[in-house]
Write a protein that binds this ligand. Structure first.
Ligand code: TYD
Length: 133
């Protein structure tokens, strides 16, 4: 499954911590879009889609959440609990985000602008698209 957990370099000293993310250095694609999810209700599950070509890196910069990842053949769960952890998710991977702590802020760096045509929002359609490749 093309999913990679990154541990970003932390620049810390007695004053506190800082993480810097640079395109093509820390992030393996050009960053065209940044968005973030916050105030996610307790027990809410979000996502439920795959992308035809979009690549993303998710960083839970505050709080924690879990991500179910599914490439059509295997499933796994990744937990994001630290502001220096990043989760790279390639295209063609179904994802569901859940177990958001009340204070969670999930930052997403994306390789392209928002295009609804890039989404596969139906799970059966996702499985068909995988099996046709
Ligand atoms: P949605 O895809 O439903 O979020 P999630 O998969 O996390 O549950 O997006 C919620 C709304 O935000 C939807 O109306 C589309 C809009 N949206 C944008 O306008 N731009 C974006 O970059 C994203 C990710 C969503």
């Amino acid at each position: 499954m093309h999913v990679v957990k990154y541990m970003f370099q932390q620049h810390g000293d007695a004053r506190g911590m800082l993480v810097a993310l640079e395109e093509r250095r820390d992030i393996p694609f050009e960053i065209k879009r940044v968005y973030y999810l916050y105030d996610t209700g307790q027990g809410v599950r979000r996502g439920f889609h795959a992308h035809k070509s979009l690549e993303q890196i998710l960083v839970c910069i505050h709080g924690s959440c879990k991500i179910l990842l599914d490439n059509g053949h295997e499933k796994k769960v990744a937990a994001l609990e630290k502001p220096y952890e990043g989760l790279y998710i390639a295209n063609d991977i179904w994802r569901e985000m859940y177990d958001f702590s009340p204070d969670a802020v999930l930052l997403v760096l994306a390789s392209d602008f928002y295009r609804e045509e890039d989404y596969i929002r139906d799970y059966d359609e996702f499985l068909k698209s995988i099996n046709h490749k």
